[in-house]
Design a protein around this ligand. Structure first.
Ligand code: ATP
Ligand code: MG
Length: 340
């Protein structure tokens, strides 16, 4: 990928579920790579995954609809550029649904149930056997999201790796049965494959309420950092504290550019004599400095929601052309191109 020539053949697709505002985990897990790749890839797509959001929010259409604008704003504010990246809304590309139906024949129920990410998300949402069928099969619709665009590089957080594996299995089955149509897909995990939540949970996630959003005010950032999980046994300043598993240090390692000072702080903390408030104040300032320019740009863009919808509409039209090309190829390969 260092090589520009190679990058010309790279087609990138990525997306977010419109289930809430985007957070620092999105930035380090995926958006950073979206920004890098949009300059060099042959084509880059950014999808607002509203159909996928509905798989576990079927009774909440308002929430999903309202967040379409929010996630688009977050990406624009971070610098995902519609002149380089085609923005589109998943539900407005019906060919994705059609591909999903065809792909479902190539996947077994047992395989779907084994997907580790789906498994843990089902547990987290308390679904059990009452899981909506649409939710269980979302990895298959994700394969359709990727393959309609003939994308081959997917910048994602670590939780999405199993989806890419499943996509490649679908590619193999499809090509074996219907002839060479799709190519294998690679994922590109961000600098930080999985950012922990402010509560110490393994993943910062919109659904877990443990996020620092890219739109948070300085006041909110300060509050969230002050409430952050540290070392529960570090009660008095003079007590020796644990650095490992301490979210404040995890974040300092990622966002603080002064690595030497962080190393010194860690030593002091482990020895005892360094209070949580000191390290929290340092982190809060760093995060405020990081987020404020994004938030300010976002506030500007949010003044004209119609302009954002126009970006999505124009992008969707472009993406639809790709989708129609792919679906006619697929129908032909599957021998169901009756009236084409
Ligand atoms: P939800 O809880 O609704 O699933 P989410 O916070 O997981 O929301 P998604 O829209 O599902 O966000 O994820 C969008 C992209 O951001 C995916 O590529 C995902 O892997 C990545 N991502 C999300 N959270 C993190 C995180 N904490 N660390 C790294 N990457 C992340
Ligand atoms: Mg998710």
């Amino acid at each position: 990928m260092e090589n520009n020539e190679n990058n010309k053949k790279i087609r990138v697709l990525t997306g977010d579920r419109p289930t809430g505002k985007l957070h620092l985990g999105h930035f380090v897990g995926s958006i950073q790579n979206r920004l890098k790749l949009q300059d060099t890839a042959e084509k880059a797509f950014y999808m607002v995954a509203d159909v996928q959001a509905l798989t576990d929010n079927a009774e909440n259409p308002e929430k999903v609809r309202n967040n379409v604008l929010e996630v688009a704003l977050d990406n624009l504010a971070c610098g995902v550029d519609p002149s380089k990246t085609t923005f589109f809304i998943q539900s407005q590309i019906p060919e994705i649904a059609e591909l999903t139906i065809f792909f479902l024949n190539l996947v077994t129920l047992a395989r779907l149930k084994r997907n580790p990410t789906v498994k843990s998300e089902m547990q987290q949402k308390g679904f059990g056997e009452d899981v909506p069928a649409g939710f269980l099969i979302y990895p298959v619709s994700q394969a359709a999201d990727i393959l309609f665009a003939k994308a081959n590089l997917i910048p994602v957080g670590e939780d999405q790796k199993p989806m890419i594996e499943q996509t490649n299995e679908i590619v193999d089955s499809f090509n074996r049965i219907y002839g060479e149509t799709f190519s294998h897909v690679s994922h590109l995990v961000g600098e930080i494959p999985r950012l922990v939540g402010t509560d110490g949970n393994a993943k910062m996630s919109k659904s877990l309420n443990n996020c620092i959003n890219l739109s948070d005010s300085d006041e909110m950032i300060n509050k969230k950092v002050m409430d952050m999980y540290t070392d529960p046994n570090h009660i008095h300043v003079e007590d020796p504290g644990k650095v490992e598993g301490n979210v404040v240090f995890t974040y300092l390692d990622i966002f603080d550019s002064n690595k030497e000072e962080v190393a010194d702080l860690k030593k002091q903390y482990e020895k005892g004599g360094l209070g949580d408030v000191v390290i929290k104040k340092r982190l809060a300032k760093i995060l405020c400095d990081f987020i404020s320019p994004i938030r300010e740009k976002r506030e500007q863009l949010a003044k004209d929601p119609q302009a954002v919808m126009k970006i999505l509409e124009e992008g969707t039209q472009k993406a639809r052309i790709e989708a129609q090309k792919t679906i006619s190829e697929v129908r032909k390969a599957m021998k169901i191109d009756f009236f084409d």
